[in-house]
Design a protein around this ligand. Structure first.
Ligand SMILES: Nc1nc2c(ncn2[C@@H]2O[C@H](COP(=O)(O)OP(=O)(O)OP(=O)(O)O)[C@@H](O)[C@H]2O)c(=O)[nH]1
Length: 279
């Protein structure tokens, strides 16, 4: 995972790089995290892409609440927006993304054929925030490990294309854009899904947000995981989980930092099952 701190200079550079790459492609795959389809979007992408065809991919669908994913697929698609749920790690849904791209670009290809131009491969790129699964997806589509994780600042290199089947060529490096920094809640969701570094937010705050979210939206799951009859207030809840999981200091007191880590690790590690945080 790339450890990016998004300072204004980095944002400007990322924007420039994505803008350059966009000129080379016919279609953009916007990779989103199926657990946070709204919070994992980059706030500037619409402006950068403008009228270029785009397919939104809800990745890590295996980690998201299937009912919520079904609702998001319906809600986000319509008009010019196409959405698919995928799982880049296992490869689920990837055949559909190539077919959908062919379908979207068919009118353009038809026009080329009508002018007597021999159709070339569709050129595509992947964009997304850190840790959303860009490299995993590129590697999957390539069928071998040729996509590199991360990039080297200051080193400009020629773009290389990966052949995906007979009809598509994919840029071998993804466009990396920053996540939203709009409000605390978005930040917590990004932290719970591993999109931002653990040092950016206070882990106790992140875990408290997680527990309150679970209490509200997935109470049965919360109770089952931590052997609760009822869900108590936040401090006794922390005490209970800390004791249950052995997060204790030398004197026997509950170690809240450790407890927070355990809760976050449980959520990220799917110990509470598949969850969606944008509902
Ligand atoms: N469960 C699950 N995990 C996934 C999926 N796709 C990617 N991952 C995992 O998510 C983590 C991040 O994946 P990467 O492919 O490195 O993400 P990236 O977007 O290239 O990350 P950066 O290099 O930070 O920009 C890895 O641990 C992957 O194994 C998926 O569909 N399901």
């Amino acid at each position: 995972m790339m450890a990016i701190q998004w300072f204004p200079g980095h944002m400007a550079k990322a924007r420039r790089e994505v803008t350059e790459k966009l000129k080379l492609v016919d279609i953009v795959f916007e990779l989103l995290d199926a657990r946070i389809p709204v919070s994992s979007a980059n706030p500037m992408l619409d402006e950068l892409i403008q009228q270029k065809p785009r397919i939104k991919l809800l990745n890590k669908a295996d980690m998201a609440d299937p009912a919520a994913t079904a609702r998001w697929l319906e809600k986000l698609s319509g008009g010019n927006t196409h959405v698919l749920a995928i799982d880049a790690q296992s490869g689920k849904g990837l055949d559909k993304m190539v077919k959908l791209a062919e379908q979207i670009l068919e009118p353009k290809w038809e026009r080329m054929r009508a002018k007597g131009i021999r159709p070339r491969a569709i050129r595509a790129m992947i964009v997304g925030i850190p840790n959303v699964g860009k490299s995993t997806l590129i590697n999957r589509l390539a069928g071998k490990n040729i996509a590199k994780t991360g990039n080297t600042p200051g080193v400009t290199k020629a773009q290389a294309w990966i052949k995906v089947g007979k009809t598509m060529e994919l840029l071998d490096t993804p466009g990396i854009l920053w996540p939203k920094f709009e409000d605390k809640e978005t930040g917590y969701k990004l932290a719970l899904t591993g999109a931002i570094k653990d040092t950016i937010l206070n882990l106790q705050d992140v875990s408290v947000f997680g527990l309150r979210f679970l209490e509200k939206h997935y109470p049965g799951t919360l109770k089952a995981r931590y052997k609760l009859e009822d869900i108590p207030d936040i401090v006794p809840l922390f005490d209970h989980i800390g004791r249950l999981r052995g997060c204790l200091r030398a004197g026997g007191e509950i170690d809240y930092d450790k407890t927070a880590e355990v809760i976050i690790r449980d959520i990220r590690g799917m110990k509470l099952g598949p969850l969606t945080f944008d509902l």
